[in-house]
Design a protein around this ligand. Structure first.
Ligand SMILES: [Zn+2]
Length: 462
């Protein structure tokens, strides 16, 4: 068989790897949107894939994040008619994330047209998303599933996000069994809500993410203590507003669950907590309905309090017309809103309203790519441009890695080296070159020798 690295090669986004078996059967691992090489969005649609979408037999989706799933409706629109295999929770989360992606593309297209800015058509519509979801086939964790004669798939728990899986493929070619493991995105131990990632099995080839391959999280971070400190210092001491930009799926649920735990312990100051993101509200309901996929501590909490996310001071803002409530709320409060990197979404309004307020804190709770407003804020810029207007930064800008959903260098190294065999090839994807190179050095020190860092389009024969 041959593996072709079609995306997330020496960069983070656009996860997509093609397996071509000796008999010509084609398996696509992930089909994500590429945020870094934005020019790819602007290609005419037939050139979006380095293969004929109709020639793909099956897609395996590791998890719902758009940089892994977000190009699926484009694949379907261009002729892919096969099954898309994922876990049940990934299927439900992907539906809402893909609909949201289609709406954002349509909104941006119409806005640019009104401004007479030449802009490419959206990659797909809501109708394409519905066609895509109809092709989903769900397979639970740990249940081997024959996707074709001689090809068996098993999903293992990757942590990272509800439903996130690592992919184990056992492929029989010419009477000889070969195995491939793809990490998807790799979570960290003891994260809020999620089960710890499981051990990666032995295999002939491992495709591993490397997002934080050169970074270490602070040891023994306590998300509750960290969040409580920010709420207290901002909302009680300063009498200001704590604004938390957060991804709607995953990060928002971790933050709201942590606030709920503080509230149940009687530690959370008496301030309102607004969650301003319709996608986050839908995703939170899905998290609540997949309690068996969450960790034991969460199950115990749910058993005691019967609700993972709801507490008296929590107010969910679903309809944008309700935003006036928030705009006219002058008391200290916490506002959690999307998008996490402060690019687009309702968070921009909250940033614009509070960035020049000395009493406010903007708490960046996740990774921000260079070029995003979140990254600009973290660089300590004194003036930023929000919604086309230059604004002075007087608010406190802070960051925390307490809610990061990716393993750090030590977590990745442990997972990759644990069941390493001398004959295994390890391919690093989903990271920038600096992180990949640092992880590669660390892995070699820990006995992982055959490491390959592919460029886009590179192939490996197994
Ligand atoms: Zn992810």
């Amino acid at each position: 068989m041959q593996i072709t690295f079609c995306g997330a090669a020496r960069q983070v986004t656009g996860s997509m790897h093609l397996l071509t078996l000796d008999n010509g059967y084609k398996i696509l691992l992930d089909c994500g949107l590429d945020y870094e090489q934005k020019k790819n969005f602007h290609y005419s649609p037939p050139n979006s894939f380095p293969f004929d979408p109709a020639s793909i037999d099956v897609v395996i989706l590791s998890h719902a994040h758009i940089d892994h799933s977000g190009n699926l409706p484009n694949l379907v629109r261009q002729g892919f008619g096969g099954r898309i295999i994922c876990t049940p929770a990934t299927s439900e989360l992907s539906y809402h994330l893909l609909l949201d992606s289609a709406r954002i593309q349509d909104h941006d297209y119409r806005k640019n047209r009104r401004k007479k800015i030449q802009t490419p058509k959206p990659l797909y519509t809501e109708k394409n998303v519905k066609q895509t979801v109809a092709q989903f086939k769900t397979v639970p964790f740990h249940k081997p599933y024959a996707i074709a004669p001689g090809v068996t798939l098993t999903f293992g728990i990757a942590g990272h996000l509800l439903g996130a899986a690592f992919v184990q493929l056992k492929i029989n070619e010419g009477g000889k069994e070969k195995s491939l493991v793809f990490t998807g995105d790799w979570g960290r131990a003891n994260a809020p809500l999620l089960k710890d990632p499981e051990s990666l099995p032995e295999c002939d080839v491992l495709i591993s993410e490397s997002t934080y391959g050169g970074r270490l999280h602070r040891p023994n971070i306590d998300p509750e203590a960290e969040l409580l400190e920010f709420v207290t210092s901002t909302c009680v001491t300063q009498r200001g507003k704590l604004i938390i930009p957060a991804f709607s799926v995953g990060r928002t649920q971790s933050i709201v669950y942590t606030l709920n735990k503080l509230a149940r312990k009687g530690l959370l100051p008496d301030v309102k907590v607004f969650v301003d993101s319709p996608l986050a509200i839908k995703s939170t309901n899905i998290y609540s309905s997949y309690r068996n996929d969450l960790n034991a501590e969460t199950a115990e909490f749910a058993h005691s309090f019967n609700d993972l996310f709801n507490f008296p001071n929590l107010q969910l803002i679903e309809d944008q017309s309700d935003n006036f409530l928030l705009d006219n709320y002058f008391e200290p409060c916490v506002i959690v809103s999307a998008a996490g990197m402060v690019e687009g979404g309702r968070i921009q309004t909250h940033i614009a309203n509070h960035i020049s307020n000395n009493y406010a804190t903007i708490l960046i709770a996740g990774f921000c790519s260079p070029g995003t407003l979140g990254h600009d804020l973290l660089q300590g810029r004194q003036t930023i441009t929000v919604k086309g207007r230059p604004m002075a930064v007087y608010a406190r800008i802070a960051s925390t890695d307490a809610f990061s959903s990716h393993a750090d260098a030590n977590g990745l190294c442990f997972a990759i080296s644990e069941n390493n065999t001398k004959t295994r090839k390890t391919c690093l994807v989903h990271g920038d070159e600096g992180n990949m190179n640092e992880l590669s050095v660390l892995l070699k020190k820990n006995g992982v020798s055959d490491i390959f860092i592919p460029n886009r389009g590179d192939c490996v024969n197994i």
